[in-house]
Design a protein around this ligand. Structure first.
Ligand code: ADE
Length: 248
């Protein structure tokens, strides 16, 4: 069982997002438990203050270290901050300053038991939280969201569907985009002709080797068109590289 504990100032944000599709099924099957916690539970002043102005000046507000330290210690089951690392819990901060989350990171996280996620807000989080507690600073892409909450949803979804048993027997994560470093090949369903647009003939026949070859080439073409950066790192044969260069 994988356990996600999400620390946020907007716990309501998560009220229904995990109640659909694969994530809902995985929760019902006991593969994963996902809980959103209000950071204000770990404040001790009357106003339940979670943020303050930045030292050195500048715009915006910074999440204070004390409530986050209390929250992470409590949710990891440690007695104090020094013990957090020893619990083996991954402490993820969602931030545009993180390393970019991708399928490899999703696979890595799908192999652990406990993940605490901190959703950044305002201009950021006091860096001592990062220094003392955070194991992974993750960004979901090179753009700035108004908070880490949507990013936490993205990470949870991508990780949960990799848990053994989450996808059911009819689907698998093996043939998807990124599993071999390429984008997925194009898919078609009935009818074979729609508004004059035809499904490629090869897919209508039953020749499995031909279909596999068509799909591989279509995946290469799509990757070249939309994500040429992926091709540099993908495992391609010499023939495939030549074929792409010819641009057929
Ligand atoms: N918070 C704000 N922007 C973000 C991003 N791109 N990824 C993760 N967390 C964020």
């Amino acid at each position: 069982m994988l356990c996600f504990n999400i620390i946020t100032i907007f716990p309501e944000y998560f009220r229904e997002v995990f109640d659909f599709g694969i994530v809902r099924r995985a929760r019902a099957a006991g593969l994963v438990e996902i809980t959103a916690h209000d950071l204000r539970e770990w404040t001790s002043d009357r106003h339940r203050t979670v943020d303050d102005r930045p030292f050195g000046g500048g715009d915006g507000m910074i999440l204070k270290p004390a409530p986050l330290f209390e929250a992470v210690v409590a949710l990891t089951g440690a007695n104090e901050a020094r013990e957090v690392a020893g619990t083996g819990t991954r402490v993820v901060l969602l931030t545009p300053q993180g390393r970019v989350f991708d399928q490899r990171v999703a696979e890595e996280l799908a192999a652990v038991n406990q993940i605490v996620m901190i959703c950044g807000r305002y201009e950021g989080v006091d860096e001592r939280v990062v220094e003392a507690l955070v194991t992974d600073e993750l960004s979901i892409g090179d753009y700035v969201l108004s908070g880490g909450e949507p990013a936490a949803v993205v990470v949870v979804d991508a990780v949960v569907r990799l848990l053994p048993g989450a996808l059911g027997s009819e689907t698998s994560a093996v043939n998807e985009s990124f599993s071999d470093g390429l984008l997925d090949y194009p898919h078609y369903t009935r009818p074979p002709e729609f508004r004059g647009l035809r499904v490629p003939d090869i897919l209508l026949g039953g020749h499995h080797a031909e279909i596999a070859r068509w799909r591989r080439r279509a995946a290469l073409k799509k990757t070249q068109r939309n994500r040429p950066d992926l091709l540099e790192r993908a495992a391609l044969s010499d023939d495939e590289r030549k074929w792409l260069e010819k641009g057929e």
